[in-house]
Design a protein around this ligand. Structure first.
Ligand code: NAP
Length: 260
C-alpha cells in the first residue's frame, strides 16, 4: 500500500526550532517539505522548495500541515490563516492567551480541521504535566520553577502556565504562604495562577527545564524535566503532524495524542 506523504509548510524555518524541524521533516519518510516561511527578505538557496516572507504568498500552496515555530506576536494570526486556508496547524510557538486558544478551537470546529497547539513537544515534559496533575490531589501546595535560555521572549513559559492550569482542575484555589507575607522586592514571590506561584529563570546555556515542587507536612516531592537540546522536541512534533490528520478540531496540548 502506498501512503501519501503529509505535505508540510514550516513557518519560522530559520529559527532554532524551525531549522531543527526542517531537518527532521526532510529525514522523515512520511513527510514532505513543500514550502518555507521566514520573516527576512533573504534569498535561501539551500532548499528545493519555495521560500516566502509573507504568509499571504502561501495562499495557493498545496499542503496539509502548517508547522509554526515563530514568535508570540504572529502566532495567533498565522494559526488563524492556516485554518482559513484549509491547512492543519501544528503550533509550537508559545505565548497564546486562553481566549486566543478558545477562539482558534472554535474556528477549527467550524472548518472541521484538526490542529494542535502544544506549549511543549518534549514527551517527558508532557508526562511531567500529567504527573503534576496527579500529585496535586495529594499535595495541594505547589510552586513551579521554569528555566529557559535567555533568548526566550515570553514569561512565564507556556509549559508552566499549562502545568498550573492542569493542576488547577484538581486543586481548590487557595492562597499559599503566610497570609500576611510582604515582598520587599517586587516579584520576589513570582507570578500567580490560581494561588500557585510560577518563577521564571532566564540564563545563557539553558534550553528548557521545569521543576514542580510540592510541599506537605514533613515531606516534599520534586518533579523535574530537562530538554538538553532541541532534538527533544522533534518526536512530539512528528507525532503532532501525524495525529492532526486524524482529528477534526484543534487540540491544546500534546497529551491529547498520548495513550495515557
Ligand atoms: P527563534 O530562534 O527566535 O526563531 C523564531 C523564528 O520566527 C525566526 O526564524 C524568525 O524568522 C521568525 N519570526 C520571529 N518573529 C517573527 C515575526 N514577527 N514575524 C514572522 N516571523 C517571525 O526562536 P525559537 O527558539 O526557534 O522558538 C520559536 C518559538 O517556539 C518560540 O515561541 C518558542 O517559545 C517556541 N518553542 C516551543 C517549544 C515547544 O515544545 N512547543 C520548544 C521550544 C521553543 P527570521 O529568522 O526569518 O527573522
Amino acid at each position: 500500500m502506498i501512503l501519501n506523504k503529509i505535505k508540510v509548510v514550516v513557518a519560522g524555518f530559520r529559527g532554532k526550532m524551525g531549522s531543527t524541524a526542517v531537518q527532521m521533516i526532510l529525514n522523515a519518510p512520511n513527510f514532505e517539505l513543500v514550502a518555507l516561511l521566514g520573516r527576512k527578505e533573504e534569498v535561501s538557496e539551500a532548499f528545493d522548495v519555495p521560500v516566502f516572507n509573507r504568509k499571504e504568498e502561501l495562499e495557493n500552496i498545496e499542503a496539509d500541515v502548517w508547522l509554526d515555530l515563530t514568535a508570540p506576536e504572529v502566532a495567533y494570526e498565522n494559526t488563524y490563516f492556516a485554518l482559513e486556508h484549509g491547512l492543519r496547524p501544528v503550533v509550537g510557538t508559545t505565548g497564546f492567551t486562553e481566549d486566543e486558544v478558545a477562539r482558534l478551537i472554535k474556528f477549527s470546529r467550524e472548518k472541521e480541521l484538526g490542529g494542535l497547539i502544544a506549549p511543549n513537544f518534549a514527551l517527558g515534559a508532557v508526562l511531567l504535566m500529567q504527573f503534576s496533575k496527579q500529585a496535586v490531589k495529594y499535595f495541594p501546595d505547589v510552586e513551579i520553577i521554569e528555566l529557559h535560555h535567555d533568548g526566550k521572549k515570553d514569561a512565564p513559559s507556556g509549559t508552566a502556565v499549562k502545568t498550573a492550569e492542569l493542576m488547577a482542575e484538581e486543586r481548590l484555589a487557595h492562597h499559599q504562604g503566610a497570609v500576611d507575607e510582604k515582598e520587599s522586592l517586587v516579584g520576589a514571590r513570582g507570578s500567580v495562577l490560581e494561588g500557585m506561584r510560577i518563577h521564571s529563570v532566564r540564563l545563557p546555556g539553558l534550553v528548557a527545564h521545569q521543576e514542580v515542587i510540592f510541599g506537605s507536612k514533613g515531606e516534599g516531592l520534586t518533579l523535574r524535566h530537562d530538554s538538553y537540546d532541541r532534538s527533544s522536541f522533534m518526536t512530539g512534533i512528528a507525532l503532532g503532524i501525524r495525529k492532526v490528520m486524524t482529528v477534526s478540531e484543534l487540540k491544546y496540548g500534546l497529551e491529547h495524542f498520548f495513550d495515557l
